[in-house]
Design a protein around this ligand. Structure first.
Ligand code: ADP
Ligand code: MG
Ligand code: MG
Length: 930
């Protein structure tokens, strides 16, 4: 397909003029495009077109659409037709402005701005003041009668152009600039005068020459073409790719390029630039919200070079501008029927709008704003359901700091940039964050502390528990990105002095180093010394309940929780779980009083000893089940029989060998420690160890497997050691009967893991059914129950119609089903996954998002086949995927009865299931708020 497109393009560009409209003009009160054309114009371009059509004050310009970027990606350059249409649009702009790009006494200057369909904050860069060169800068100085402004603009251009287009590191320019500030004893960038800035320009040019081996280009048209192509290239940079990966944005979209006449916020004290939101994006409160800086340009507000001023201050400084801004932004909000995030610039007291878009917000804000907008009559309740991303509900579940138990020392208060609490050890760089945070079982909470974050920090931000910055506002990179991630962030804590090179931070006369503990409260902005504990949140927020109340009637898929112990079951029920979809019994055996019996059971090499050990386990297991059944009174509870390879409960072979080899050299104290280590295996005195250790080693060697994931586990355990299934079934039914006698409504569902054949299922079901009858007879009481299976092997999916003859329900264990379908080991997949995703071989981690094409097909097929045999077959899913919105949507589409997920994902799954069902009914497009 790629070839045909390519041929087509070549043919078109060489023959008659292309039918493709690459360039869309906006200005003079009218735009070629409009707000709906995000696919072509990107979000920014569509917004500029829409605002222009609404007669708002927008500097004129044109948008080169995303097709040109896709073309650039395919062939490495744009076609002549793009150049032609661009020159045409530029000529039109020059005419409208009565100026020429970079030429004459009143030169036209433009910005070159990237803008994709979905906003990618800070991922791609913008170039301002393009068109300036050694000549036009003098013209600008004369014309504005403000040489300082002209040189400031020029040095900014060289800096941005050098960085974005010529790939020169920002630090090379920063060094020059900071050096000049030091030399001139200037505190702020605005303290440098025209003469100093001229020196900066001269030095910047040297930096360009040195790093790029060429001069800064003086020809304005050449600047424009180079800048445009650099924006196209930036679509493929690592930061952009990474951002797209985290946010599930397709790599194929491409970005548009906006070329727009400059307006200047750096003309002096009657000029400025700012950003804002029509409502508070952290809390959702209906208040005008934002920040601005006088005598500043572009990114100054968000980059943290100076600390910005609250937008309400603008009312005092320039009341007319303030009122106009309020009027315009409320109009935009009404028009888009959503909270807007906007950019503006004031040039000599005149207001210009530079951007508007639906604002990113926290989950708390998303719910609040959705409800407000329904009450204001702006949107319907059905629309409101889609205004919240299911994953965002997690924000309601973020922990708070427990401040009662300890003395709290507040080190500093910054901005409450992203809510929740985070407690962790300080790290100062993104790489250090990745290194110290670890993964899997060895995860450590780290707090990434930076003066300010940049897109280069994204990998560190992803693994950190929380982010703390000393500079930047509520719209800084750190704030915006963490809100998107649902991660706690305190930004702009100005009292903290961060020394990234020296790896320390100083505040209140104290010094903190890498590894020291701090606690962050992202809801109030406080930075607290030391390691506080956190408290679980409450999920009964009245506004959340209200929104869920609107969503729930649509939902047809049931939501259950995966919970092994009564405490988790109670928690899950509070979040609205309608049963347990997976209760893993092996977790019950790790308790202190149980593990010795469990180990005795495993070590037994004959049935008699095994039965003796199992007998001790039975009452403990029964008690666990009683607790879970009680917590889920009225709802079904699915209990899985023992699943993992047995050696997970035993010491490692290597450890045993070392202990045996070194035993004779140990002193008394060391021997004592060794006895303690093996107490669970029956060691009481040093003498015991002599016999015990070799016996243990030999059993461990017997149990050793080359590939335990595919080994002696699942129903294979219950088939080789039927007495294990027997004991577990007995514990389940004795518990069920016991609670039923107390009036608890109990519905046990016994689930056999890792079944591949009908006979395996039949074998285990026979044991369960026999034990059930025995227990019911003994206790003179019956309960309703089901025996079913997990579908987690491709073979099981293939012969699902057979298996359904014996299985009364299916539950897709999509973790194992993904492992076995792909042949990926989940624990090892990270060696290949990053490359696979970077290369586009896989779009997503299939262990996070259900692979619809492959694994999903098995799910669909097994459901259909199973129901052919047993029309009322209950089917659910109990992998990690059960709480992931897109996978939940798929489960709804396939017609499953329920999804089951971890307790903290229950709310998310409920909303995702409701959205999936409402989407069927409303044919509405799910609104992306992130
Ligand atoms: P981003 O997507 O990173 O926000 P933008 O393209 O919006 O990048 O631009 C970066 C900054 O430059 C913003 O503050 C924006 O308002 C400002 N800016 C962009 N174009 C112009 C222009 N023509 N005149 C004045 N300021 C501009
Ligand atoms: Mg930017
Ligand atoms: Mg912007």
């Amino acid at each position: 397909m790629a070839t045909t497109t390519l041929e087509h393009d070549v043919e078109v560009s060489e023959a008659k003029p292309s039918a493709v409209k690459y360039v869309y003009f906006f200005g003079g009160g009218k735009a070629d495009g409009n707000g709906k054309m995000k696919d072509e114009l990107g979000g920014k371009g569509a917004g500029l077109a829409e605002m222009t059509n609404a007669a708002l004050p927008v500097p004129p310009g044109f948008t080169i659409q995303t097709e040109a970027c896709r073309e650039y990606m395919r062939r490495g350059s744009v076609s002549g037709e793009v150049d032609r249409q661009m020159e045409e649009a530029l000529a039109r702009l020059e005419k409208l402005q009565d100026q020429q790009l970079g030429i004459g006494s009143n030169p036209l200057l433009v910005s070159v701005r990237s803008g994709a369909k979905f906003s990618m904050p800070g991922m791609m860069d913008t170039i301002l003041n393009l068109g300036l060169n050694d000549e036009s800068v003098e013209a600008l100085a004369r014309r504005s009668n403000n040489p300082r402004f002209a040189y400031d603009s020029y040095r900014r251009l060289i800096q941005m152009f050098g960085n974005v287009v010529m790939d020169i590191g920002k630090s090379a320019f920063d060094e020059v600039f900071e050096g000049k500030k030091k030399q001139k004893k200037a505190k702020l960038d605005t303290d440098l005068d025209a003469a100093a800035l001229k020196e900066v320009i001269a030095e910047y040019k040297k930096v360009v020459k040195k790093h790029a081996k060429r001069d800064f280009p003086q020809d304005p048209h050449q600047q424009l073409i180079m800048a445009r192509d650099a924006v196209f290239r930036s679509w493929q940079n690592d930061r952009a790719k990474h951002y797209r990966r985290i946010n599930n944005i397709s790599d194929d979209l491409g970005t548009a390029v906006n070329v727009q006449a400059m307006v200047f916020g750096n003309l002096g004290e009657t000029s400025g630039t700012g950003v804002g939101f029509t409502r508070n994006p952290a809390t959702g409160a209906k208040e005008f919200y934002g920040e601005f800086l006088l005598n500043a340009q572009g990114e100054d507000v968000v980059s943290g070079v100076r600390t910005p001023v609250h937008i309400l201050e603008l009312e005092k400084i320039m009341p007319q501008v303030y009122n106009q801004l309020r009027e315009i932004t409320s109009r935009l909000e009404q028009h888009y029927r959503d909270m807007q995030d906007f950019e503006f610039t004031i040039q000599d007291g005149k207001l210009y709008m530079l951007q508007t878009r639906n604002g990113k917000r926290t989950g708390l804000a998303a719910v609040k704003v959705a409800i407000q907008m329904v009450e204001e009559g702006l949107i319907s309740k059905e629309e409101a359901i889609f205004r919240v991303e299911p994953n965002q509900l997690y924000d309601f579940l973020v922990p708070r700091l427990d401040e009662k138990s300890v003395k709290v020392e507040v080190l500093a208060t910054g901005l409450p940039a992203s809510p929740g609490a985070a407690v962790g050890q300080i790290v100062f760089t993104a790489d250090e964050a990745v290194e110290k945070a670890g993964h899997g079982a060895k995860k450590n909470p780290v707090i990434l502390v930076r003066a300010e974050t940049t897109p280069e920090d994204i990998h560190g931000m992803e693994v950190a528990a929380g982010i703390l910055t000393s500079r930047g506002g509520m719209t800084s990179h750190a704030a915006v990105v963490t809100r998107g991630m649902g991660k706690c962030c305190v930004a702009g804590a100005g009292d903290i002095e961060v020394n990234e090179k020296g790896r320390e931070m100083r505040v209140k006369g104290q010094t903190f180093k890498s590894g020291d503990w701090v606690s962050l409260d992202g809801t109030t902005g406080r930075v607290i010394k030391g390691k506080l504990s956190t408290m679980p949140p409450k999920a009964d927020d009245p506004e959340l309940m209200k929104l869920m109340g609107w969503a729930e009637p649509f939902r047809t898929l049931k939501v259950r929780a995966n919970a092994d112990i009564p405490r988790d079951a109670i928690q899950a029920r509070a979040f609205g779980a309608e049963g347990i979809g997976l209760c893993r019994t092996e977790h019950m055996f790790f308790g202190e009083e149980k593990i010795p019996h469990m180990r005795a059971m495993i070590l037994a090499d004959n049935e008699k000893d095994r039965r003796a050990a199992l007998k001790k386990l039975l009452p403990m297991q029964r008690n666990d089940f009683i607790g879970v059944f009680r917590a889920m009174d009225g709802f079904p509870v699915t209990i899985r029989t023992l699943d993992p390879p047995l050696h997970e409960f035993l010491p490692r072979r290597e450890d045993l060998m070392v202990d045996i080899a070194t035993f004779s050299t140990l002193d008394a104290k060391q021997k004592k420690a060794l006895i303690a280590k093996y107490r669970d295996y029956g060691a009481k005195a040093a003498g015991d160890l002599k016999k015990l250790l070799p016996a243990l080693l030999s059993r461990v060697e017997q149990l050793h497997e080359f590939n335990p994931m595919l080994g002696h586990r699942g129903c294979r355990l219950g088939i080789t050691y039927p007495e294990i299934t027997e004991m577990q079934a007995r514990a389940i039914f004795e518990a069920a009967v016991a609670v039923a006698k107390d009036g608890v409504k109990v519905f046990p569902e016994v689930m056999i893991p890792l079944v591949a054949t009908l006979k395996e299922m039949a074998n285990q079901a026979a044991i369960v059914n026999r034990v059930a009858e025995e227990v019911f007879k003994e206790k003179e009481r019956k309960v309703d129950y089901l025996v079913g299976t997990m579908i987690e092997l491709p073979r099981a999916a293939l012969v699902a119609d057979e298996i359904a003859k014996e299985a009364q329900f299916f539950s897709f264990g999509t973790n194992d089903l993904t492992q076995t379908t792909f042949g990926f080991s989940r624990d090892d997949v990270n060696k290949v996954l990053p490359t696979y995703i970077a290369e586009g071989i896989l779009k997503q981690d299939p262990f996070a998002v259900l692979d619809r094409d492959g694994v999903g097909q098995l799910v669909r097929m097994a459901t259909e086949r199973g129901r052919k045999t047993r029309p009322n077959l209950k089917v659910g899913i109990c992998g990690e995927h059960g709480g992931e919105p897109s996978s939940v949507e798929f489960c709804h589409q396939v017609g499953l009865n329920y999804v089951s997920c971890s307790p903290f994902r229950v709310l998310t799954a409920r909303l995702a299931a409701a959205q999936a069902a409402a989407g069927d009914k409303l044919k509405g497009e799910a609104g992306r708020t992130k």
